[in-house]
Design a protein around this ligand. Sequence first.
Ligand code: SAH
Ligand code: SF4
Length: 385
Amino acid sequence: MLPVVTPVGVASAPAMPWDRRAPERGGPPSAWALLPEDLAALGCPGRPGHVFARLQRTRTWTPDRLFLSREIRAWLERETDLSLPAILESHPSADGSTRLVLGLSDGHRIEAVHMPRNPGDPRITFCVSSQVGCALGCTFCATGAMGIVRNLTAGEIVGQVLAVMRDLGPDRGEYLYLVFMGMGEPLHNLDHVHRAIRVLCHPEGMLLSPWRITVSTAGLVSGLEKLARMEPRPQLAVSLNATTDAARSATMPVNRAWNLERLRQALDAWQLKRHERFIFEYVLLAGVNDTLEDADRLAAWLGDLRRRHNVNLIPMNEHEHAPYREPSEERLQAFARRLHEHGCFITVRRSRGRDVQGACGQLVRRAEATMRSAKPAPRARPRSA
Ligand code: SAH
Ligand code: SF4
């Protein structure tokens, strides 16, 4: 065997928490994430397309019973995991959205938010989790403060969608808008997330459209470059949240591996299709990233993406695990105005479900949290207003 030689003068980069695969649950494959071809390969009796459709359409099962022949049910019970995330808590907010706490079969808990649009509009946006906790450790985020516990399986991701659609609607996939903006970094769990997307978009199942699925990333460029080449390819949202590398690295450690310039290069290589645009999320932290110079730099960084994007400005949702504050209304408006003057498309997102802790960055299971200190890196400390 050849000896391992470390090149002289090349410092090996320290391993980052997201370089390691997050722990997996293990156990038999989840029935809810098996495609027809997987069912066939595993020897499922009956017609695989029929079994798949029965599992994926929420009217053909109840939590206690699958409407399938005894033989097929016995096979599924023997060879697969049929457990679904259970809705343990449901917290309706005054704004019509509902924060849900879901229990997984190994006892972990995750959260999701169900957000109907306007009254009379059948469309629902459903914000799902991709991991229990998160390895990326953004200093403003409650999930980041938990650290990573494990990846969700594709079956648990599909199961979140099916369990919630069954109880709260919509009853048809065409009305569902799915956003991976709950707990976790979806690109740190790309295999399971992408399999879940394939299952949910399958014509014999829920038939979601990849146009109506948004995967949000903090900028894990290795995953972003893989997802760029995958089919079906969902819409991409990027959480930017700072406009200089120093500020971004202080609040989002992932920026130390892939800085703003590298992230921008990866977006150039993504090649938007005609109808697509990038979504950028920008969490405004009072006194940290909310100056007019930040707005100028943000517009400059967008450069020629300015016609193909939308910037979602999200005032910081305050919580006990981070010291940041939301900016004043005047500051928020001035920031938005400046971006608008630069030709940017902006939406101010006052996160839904704030009164029930269901808003962005507030999703956290305290009971199992391995809390890191909430103290920010020195550069990230908010200045007093
Ligand atoms: N890991 C992915 C998706 C989950 S986080 C990502 O970071 O994009 C979903 C969104 O919540 C991100 O845009 C993130 O910037 C935002 N967020 C996190 N903490 C927040 C907070 N305290 N207030 C407002 N938004 C927050
Ligand atoms: Fe993870 Fe996203 Fe929270 Fe950052 S903002 S810690 S990437 S969930």
